[in-house]
Write a protein of this length. Structure first.
Length: 308
């Protein structure tokens, strides 16, 4: 069996134990048999003889390759995943990418069954270099161009973390000689170089905490988080429930006509632009400053059409 088939089987084991903890070996074996079509990669099929020995080997590989630890509960008489949110998120993203790769690989010879978006470069070719620089605490140099500038500028940066936001990737770091922590779009970088100069990570800096109250990649620490309440139409509210705007989102009220949610975050330009796209399906309930800002932006948009 190919490496792709092995990895597909690891993913199925993980997915089953994640959704149904304390699953017995016999239940897992039956589940894998029922999902055999997912492991049919070209002419490569799942091993039909899924023995306990094969399963134990899979569990070792899950831990050694991906850091996912599966344990057995004698009390519950089944297997479960030792929870580690960070590892689980990383593994899920890797496996999602792997499933997309498998789908593209399978469908590439068949016309018009897998429709892909045409995308420009996302700067992902820089990620490996930045991970190395962050681990070794090395300053990096690159040319960076902002969307509103016509020319790129040379930057020398101490890199702290890499963040994904709405399909784009960003470097989080501090320019040498400055105090402000900034974000730099990887897709707008050129001439990336790792230097030999080391830097010290700011004491107590936690990238996740830094963005905890931010909607996207704008994280002005001078802006205080606020309590925000939004009301969505019933159809749009169903989307919002399945794809929350922010981790702080909680449902305040819902019925057959609307969904009301509460958020706790900084009100920034990118957040307001996100709200604008919902048009008449959204009503801002609080704070008043956000209500006025969204009203003004809709009014300006309306006035643009009066001129045509």
């Amino acid at each position: 069996m190919s490496k792709r088939a092995f990895i597909s089987r690891y993913w199925l084991i993980y997915r089953k134990l994640k959704t149904t903890p304390y699953t017995s070996f016999d239940e897992l074996s039956s589940y894998l048999q029922s999902q055999v079509f997912q492991l049919q990669l070209d002419d490569d099929l799942l091993e039909l003889n899924f023995s306990i020995r094969t399963f134990q080997r899979d569990l070792r590989e899950l831990k050694n390759l991906f850091g996912i630890e599966v344990l057995y509960s004698r009390q519950e008489k089944g297997y479960y995943i030792l929870e580690d949110d960070r590892l689980n998120i990383h593994f899920q993203r890797m496996m999602e990418a792997f499933e997309v790769y498998n789908s593209i690989h399978t469908a590439q010879k068949l016309e018009k069954i897998l429709l892909l978006e045409k995308k420009t470069a996302l700067g992902t070719e820089h990620i490996a270099a930045f991970i190395q620089a962050i681990r070794k605490k090395l300053q990096v140099s690159f040319n960076h161009k902002k969307f509103w500038d016509t020319h790129s500028t040379a930057r020398l940066v101490a890199p702290f973390a890499i963040k994904e936001n709405q399909g784009r990737w960003y470097l989080i770091g501090r320019e040498v000689g400055q105090q402000t922590i900034k974000t730099f779009g990887l897709d707008r970088m050129r001439n990336l170089q790792l230097t030999d100069t080391h830097f010290e990570m700011p004491v107590g800096f936690d990238p996740e905490a830094f963005f905890r109250h931010s909607f996207g990649i704008i994280a002005f620490e001078t802006i205080e988080p606020q309590e925000i309440e939004l009301a969505f139409s019933f159809p749009q509210g169903n989307y919002i429930k399945t794809l929350p705007l922010h981790p702080s989102q909680e449902i305040v009220f819902e019925n057959e006509t609307e969904l009301r949610i509460r958020l706790q975050l900084r009100i920034t330009y990118d957040f307001e632009m996100e709200l604008m796209k919902y048009g008449p399906d959204l009503r801002v309930l609080k704070p008043q400053s956000l209500i006025e800002s969204i009203k003004n932006k809709h009014q300006l948009a309306y006035e643009h059409y009066l001129q045509t």
